[in-house]
Design a protein around this ligand. Structure first.
Ligand code: PXG
Length: 443
């Protein structure tokens, strides 16, 4: 339970270099969270903060779930760590098959990582190695997308499409190209998937013609782009990517770090859209955010190509992490998947979607709002930038929401909302009501 009342700030905030944070601004006016339960955080100054972001797209079953806590505690007492190379432990196998049960098509094999970034880099490495094993070693090119986010490893950064995440870090991976993003401001205030715009997938044919299919290993996209401001794919777009990849022997990777585990009202976006990609990356909701963990799922044929490509006693994939399938993460993952099943949370998200969509779009006409986009329990609210100061209005809105008792996410001038799937309709109304009130008072 959250302790009542304010808690003192640490005396010295200096030593910590905070990630993706304006460190100096933060340390001059810190925002610390000290407890979490259900739909709410408690701030260091003793306020209840409604979680409109599931932490950071992680805590789909809400916070402080006792069964997850107990599973982690019990595992820590039973066995803290087991080496993952040439050794195993039972929960690693159990969690892999439980994840496989949720996957579409013949995505049947699961490789564990510790984060979404590691999952993205793992998927890209598997794709390149797969082609090499099949005698197509020239297929090394990777195709990402503008405004894509696949974490901060060199692979994910290279296929990602965010200038600030790339420009400081040199030449990145060679042999990477990018599709255009799917966002079209002319379709502002579309509810759900836009009906037009699928032709942007044809750009993939252009890149294939330019580079020749024999040089391309994989295409990686987020089914719905999350961290660059909720970009919902036009109807038919993902289907077209699938067809073009099939035509040219290119692997299609869905990065479902955000869209996995019920966010779109199905276990994975692949299921919601009725498309079977060749690989799926996941993280965040896999353990409800309680212990770091990511994973890559692959189709049966990919796994079998690795098995066929090495001698019986040989290592088939020279890749892995000390903490792959860490026992505490596996315990948390199993308890999380139990909760999703027992509380039918993916179905709940699907049921809540119309209410969520209506509540989000009621902000149309509010001050500064130039677009609202949504799918599943994800909404993006785009604000007009202050001329000459991109991101300033979005950041101001984010801070004022927090002061008003709401945790949102902000990227540039876009607020992103993705509450835990346990949200009540009144809490959804409160999320958008608070945003409306904050916007009315913004410069
Ligand atoms: N892929 C996708 C699609 C993601 O959204 C990652 C990979 C990387 O995961 P890790 O676990 O390495 O951080 C992500 C992470 C935001 C925000 O503000 C989103 C993420 C990270 C930070 C901020 O929306 N997603």
């Amino acid at each position: 339970m959250a302790e009542a009342g304010p808690r003192p700030l640490p005396n010295d905030l200096d030593a910590l270099w905070m990630p993706f944070t304006a460190n100096r601004a933060f340390k001059s006016a810190p925002r610390l969270l000290v407890a979490a339960e259900g739909m709410y955080y408690t701030s260091h100054d003793g306020r209840r903060i409604l979680d409109g972001a599931a932490g950071m797209w992680c805590c789909n079953a809400g916070h402080g779930r006792a069964s997850i806590t107990r599973a982690i505690q019990a595992q820590a007492e039973e066995m803290d760590f087991a080496p993952p190379f040439q050794m195993g432990h039972p929960k690693a196998f159990e969690l892999a098959s439980r994840v496989a049960d949720l996957l579409p098509g013949d995505l049947s094999r699961v490789f564990f990582t510790n984060s979404g970034s590691e999952a993205a880099d793992t998927a890209l490495k598997i794709a390149i190695a797969y082609h090499r094993l099949r005698g197509e070693g020239a297929r090394t090119r990777l195709i990402g997308r503008e405004r894509g986010y696949h974490g901060v490893g060199f692979g994910g950064m290279s296929v990602g499409g965010i200038a600030n995440n790339r420009k400081f870090f040199g030449a990145l991976l060679p042999g990477v190209d990018h599709l255009p993003h799917t966002h079209d401001p002319a379709r502002a205030f579309t509810r759900g998937q836009p009906e037009t715009g699928a032709e942007r997938a044809d750009e993939l044919e252009r890149l294939v013609a330019l580079h020749d299919p024999s040089t391309i290993a994989a295409v990686i996209v987020e089914p719905v782009a999350g961290s660059t401001g909720v970009l919902v794919p036009p109807e038919g777009y993902l289907e077209a990517l699938r067809r073009i990849c099939d035509r040219h022997g290119i692997l299609l990777i869905f990065d479902e770090v955000i869209t996995g585990f019920g966010r779109l009202g199905a276990a994975f976006a692949a299921e919601r859209f009725g498309i079977v990609p060749d690989l799926i990356t996941m993280a965040k909701g896999l353990t409800n955010g309680a212990v770091p963990m990511g994973a890559v799922a692959v189709r049966e044929g990919i796994y079998q190509a690795f098995m066929a490509g090495a001698a019986e006693n040989a290592i088939e994939l020279f890749h892995g992490y000390t903490y792959s399938a860490h026992p505490l993460a596996c315990a948390a993952g199993l308890a999380t998947l139990d909760l999703y099943r027992d509380e039918a949370l993916f179905e709940r998200a699907r049921r809540l979607e119309p209410h969520f969509e209506a509540a989000a779009h009621r902000l149309r006409g509010s001050a500064h709002v130039v677009d609202i986009r949504n799918l599943g329990l994800v909404a993006g609210i785009e604000l007009a930038p202050i001329p000459g100061k991109p991101g300033a209005r979005g950041y101001d809105a984010f801070v004022k929401c927090y002061e008003a008792g709401l945790l949102a996410r902000v990227t540039g001038d876009i607020l992103a909302l993705s509450p835990p799937l346990i949200a009540e309709t009144c809490q959804i109304d409160e999320i958008f009501g608070t945003i409306g009130a904050v916007l009315a008072g913004l410069d």
